[in-house]
Design a protein around this ligand. Structure first.
Ligand SMILES: NC(=O)C1=CN([C@@H]2O[C@H](COP(=O)(O)OP(=O)(O)OC[C@H]3O[C@@H](n4cnc5c(N)ncnc54)[C@H](O)[C@@H]3O)[C@@H](O)[C@H]2O)C=CC1
Ligand SMILES: O=C(CO)COP(=O)(O)O
Length: 344
């Protein structure tokens, strides 16, 4: 039994805290508002974020020092835009030996940093030692103990294995990987495609369109990812195609739901207000659009979603534009990247 701190009492932080508590660990769940922590301790519920009873083994805190003192591992699960603020506070109190895991899916606009890079910048920790946990895993199903698979990834595989040991259970199967670049990019970029899948469904298009978005979305994610040095095989794994499938097809997905409302003609501001939970794809599409330009990589779906969200383009016109792009061979993407890598 270990002591583990989970920073972020939203839906994913709460679900991960439940997995850890079920495994017998002592879990401290940090909420950034004192009243939120008090409500969780008083009611053992977190109704705004997740409709589930919270085990008594989970105690909520709002004081960072108390939360992390003496813990073996810290799991950071706040939205990307809060990562720097939370990590700079965490850095004041954390013991350097503590394993640092994050489960946040995003890329910072402008700096184009991934979450592990932001953690390194805000804390006294080497990038090689940061672990990401990612994969097809909606909080709503994890909290019900439905079978779920994820990957923990770090350049330091011992750290990834430590995270694997903490989280693995009968209903939560954890694989490891040393390609943190590919695992983080897959988890962050699929949110953009999920927005697109929601927009498509909101416009009234069917399964053919959604399958096209998933498949061609995977191609452009892999194109950008490999241009940055990721292993192309990571995009065929849980944090690639796995997370694309779940986020593009599940009613639980915040990104799909936001896209769906946009496709039905709602304005971005009202959609985000209505959601009340983080929709990471909105900020990530900004970052990916910039990344594609900088890397000189074609990302037509990402560009189309950027046009709908930030350039006020009609989604139907964007679909027409995507359908009428220049003719090309299908196999000039992931298959070629894999062939190049494994042909020798
Ligand atoms: N919800 C899910 O099923 C999954 C979510 N994720 C990822 O986990 C991350 C967190 O997402 P959710 O838990 O869904 O979000 P959420 O919207 O349910 O909760 C976000 C939490 O962060 C807190 N927060 C907001 N701003 C903050 C700040 N400045 N400082 C500290 N805390 C702050 C909120 O109070 C709330 O407790 C995201 O990157 C998301 O993509 C990953 C896998 C599954
Ligand atoms: O990453 C997720 C599932 O793996 C959660 O996606 P949403 O934020 O779209 O709900």
């Amino acid at each position: 039994m270990k002591k583990v701190a989970v920073l972020g009492a939203g839906s994913w932080g709460t679900a991960l805290a439940i997995v850890l508590a079920d495994n017998g660990h002592e879990v401290r769940l940090w909420a950034h508002r004192k009243e939120h922590a008090e409500t969780i301790n008083d009611t053992h519920r977190n109704n705004k974020y997740l409709d589930v009873d919270i085990p008594k083994e989970i105690t909520a805190f709002s004081d960072m020092h108390q939360t992390v003192s003496g813990v073996d591992a810290v799991v950071i699960v706040v939205p990307t835009k809060a990562i720097r603020e939370v990590c700079s506070e965490l850095n004041k109190w954390i013991d350097p030996k503590t394993t640092v895991i994050h489960a946040t899916k995003g890329i910072e606009p402008v700096s184009l940093k991934r979450v592990s890079q932001m953690i390194e910048e805000e804390m006294d920790i080497h990038y090689e030692d940061v672990v990401v946990l990612s994969g097809p895993s909606h909080a709503e199903e994890v909290a019900l103990r439905h079978p779920t698979t994820v990957t923990t990834s770090s350049i330091n595989l011992e750290k990834a294995k430590h995270a694997q040991d903490l989280f693995s259970s009968d209903s939560f199967r954890v694989y490891t990987s040393d390609d943190i670049l590919g695992i983080e990019l897959g988890g962050a970029l699929k949110n953009i495609i999920a927005l697109g899948a929601g927009i498509s469904d909101g416009l009234g298009y069917g399964d053919n369109a959604k399958a096209a978005l998933i498949t061609r979305g995977l191609a452009e994610i892999a194109r950008l990812g490999t241009s940055l040095g990721a292993n192309p095989l990571s995009f065929l794994g849980l944090s690639g195609v796995g997370d694309l499938i779940v986020t593009c097809t599940s009613v639980h997905s915040r990104n799909w739901r936001a896209g769906n409302l946009l496709g039905k003609g709602n304005q971005l501001d009202e959609v985000l207000e209505q959601m009340g939970m983080v929709v990471e794809g909105v900020r990530t599409v900004k970052a990916a659009h910039q990344f594609a330009k900088d890397q000189n990589v074609e990302m037509p779906i990402t560009s189309g979603i950027h046009q709908v969200i930030f350039e006020n383009k009609d989604p139907k016109d964007v679909v027409e534009q995507l359908m009428n792009r220049g003719k090309r061979d299908e196999m000039d993407d992931l298959a070629v990247l894999l062939k190049e890598r494994y042909s020798e």
